[in-house]
Design a binder for this molecule. Structure first.
Ligand SMILES: Nc1ncnc2c1ncn2[C@@H]1O[C@H](COP(=O)(O)OP(=O)(O)O)[C@@H](O)[C@H]1O
Ligand SMILES: [Mg+2]
Length: 241
């Protein structure tokens, strides 16, 4: 299988402090790959390194057959590698429509959303709310809007850092349903960091487990999440930490 992104021997330190060491794994095309691990395991730092926000100390990053190690944030975003943040990422005082237009303008596209986007907006209750101020939407819908804006820029690789953070458990299935639908519609390769194991199980066909900067396990969720060493890594953690 042709990976969309591949890392080999990836190592990151801050001064003398090692965050992770010698990570090697692949993100396949059209895959949603989960990244889990206890607090401080290095998950957010991994996303920062993959999107060019923070350079690795050793190792290589490949985007398809192109070496992209050491490229900067704006270069990676031009190559189609984008990250999203924990918060909703919308312009709160603006309407849903203005937010969507901003995303289209930013990515230099035609200002009419395509049918794919319209279908997603309708399916996820945003099409009827185009003229509402985005920060007045229920928080779960603000998150969907923020993610819709990212998908509108048609990334090849999308790196999601805890997209369900701050949401009630009852609001979460909508987030992963949206990610699954948008990933499929736009054929994006997605790497997702998330604490909610139920969400990870619903969404991911493969996961990797980081623990103290090492790649502890990689494989199907049901297999990996039943391993004793993986469960031990989580002792003392709650799923909502
Ligand atoms: N900019 C930084 N400078 C120094 N240490 C950092 C920095 N960013 C993260 N770290 C350290 O790297 C480790 C991993 O952090 P992080 O990637 O945020 O973990 P996670 O997202 O898995 O909770 C932590 O020990 C954290 O203190
Ligand atoms: Mg984090």
């Amino acid at each position: 299988m042709n990976p969309m992104m591949k890392v080999s021997g990836l190592t990151k330190r801050f001064g003398g402090v090692k965050v992770f060491e010698n990570l090697s794994f692949e993100l396949n095309k059209n895959e949603i790959l989960g990244v889990i691990g206890p607090n401080g395991a290095g998950k957010t730092t991994l996303i920062n390194v993959l999107c060019g926000a923070s350079p690795p100390n050793a190792g290589q990053i490949w985007l398809e057959d192109k070496q992209v190690t050491g490229k900067l944030l704006h270069e990676m975003s031009k190559l189609g590698v984008l990250r999203s943040f924990q918060q909703a990422n919308t312009f709160g005082a603006q309407t849903v429509r203005e937010n969507l237009l901003y995303a289209l303008t930013f990515s230099g596209q035609d200002l009419n959303p395509d049918q794919t986007a319209l279908d997603l907006l309708e399916q996820f209750d945003l099409l009827s709310r185009l003229d509402e101020q985005s920060n007045k939407l229920p928080y779960g819908l603000q998150k969907v809007l923020g993610m819709m804006m990212t998908f509108l820029t048609r990334p090849r690789v999308l790196l999601l850092d805890e997209p369900a953070a701050g949401l009630e458990v009852s609001e979460r299935p909508r987030i992963d349903a949206f990610i699954a639908a948008a990933q499929k519609a736009y054929s994006t390769s997605v790497l997702i960091v998330e604490h909610d194991m139920a969400l990870i199980r619903r969404l991911c066909s493969r996961i990797i487990v980081l623990d103290a900067g090492q790649l502890l396990a990689i494989g199907a969720p049901e297999e990996v999440l039943s391993r004793k060493d993986v469960l031990d890594a989580y002792i003392g953690e709650t799923e909502d930490a």
